[in-house]
Design a binder for this molecule. Structure first.
Ligand code: ATP
Length: 231
């Protein structure tokens, strides 16, 4: 079981704290929905968690260590923080082969994850011919290569059609059911309501709500972010 502990996590750009003293845990064996309005600091938090940005203060720990100190990062954490970053001329399978090779993961995992994300038939195609949803799936395939205990996904439903959303929900639920720790940011409250067991809501870089997913997520979100009281 992979634990995540965020403690007093802060990121400042100039004078502005875009993540401001954030503290929460992400439970194992559950899907945690990470919510907040545009600019709330979700992506910045996830980037600090997976070592892509350095905290100004505080810490984001995976199994008690900062990402950079993990012994086997690819087997511990699978992250998809953007759907770009692929070499457009590369075939899907080759992209994954290179990732597996550089991480010291068995090449046999490539076809397994291609099947898992439903890209088996498109694996020979060049990434430039992929739709946004297919790129999301390829990103997810890369994250799954090391069969990690923790999945960190930033807006994974972007670009997925309704069948893709249902497929993603199933995948996340299966990871959680087998003891995985799943942290997913999203704007789509209806989707999160169907998928998440646990909810963390941030606004202006601060924690506004944390708890079990309840019946009326929209109401919880509006209250937590104050958006519903603007008028
Ligand atoms: N490199 C940077 N330099 C300066 N400001 C930044 C940088 N990265 C992010 N920010 C600012 O930090 C704030 C939080 O951005 P972040 O992307 O973390 O929010 P978010 O909650 O993921 O938003 P969204 O839901 O729109 O994706 C925003 O105001 C953004 O403009």
């Amino acid at each position: 079981m992979t634990s995540v502990r965020i403690r007093d996590l802060t990121k400042r750009y100039g004078d502005v704290a875009v993540v401001d003293g954030l503290t929460f845990d992400v439970p194992a064996g559950a899907v945690t929905g990470f919510l907040g309005p545009n600019g709330a600091g979700k992506t910045t938090t996830l980037r600090m968690l997976v070592g892509l940005a350095r905290p100004s203060a505080g810490e984001a720990l995976i199994d008690g260590r900062a990402y950079r100190e993990l012994r086997e990062p690819r087997r511990t954490v699978g992250a998809v923080l953007e759907s770009g970053g692929f070499h457009p001329g590369r075939r899907g399978r080759d992209h994954l082969r290179i990732l597996a090779g550089s991480a010291g993961l068995p090449a046999a995992r490539v076809d397994e994850v291609l099947d898992e994300v439903g890209l088996g038939n498109a694996a020979h195609r060049r990434v430039r011919t992929y739709s946004l949803g297919m790129r999301q799936r390829l990103g997810l395939a890369g994250a799954l290569l090391g069969d990690p205990g923790l999945l960190v996904l930033d807006e994974p439903a972007n670009g997925l059609d309704p069948a893709g959303m249902a497929w993603l929900r199933g995948l996340l639920r299966r990871r959680a059911a087998s003891g995985g720790t799943v942290l997913v940011s999203s704007h789509v409250l209806a989707e999160v309501a169907q998928t998440a067991d646990h909810i963390v809501i941030v606004h202006e870089g601060r924690l506004r709500h944390e708890g079990a997913a309840g019946a009326d997520l929209e109401q919880t979100f509006l209250q937590a972010t104050g958006v519903g009281h603007a008028g």
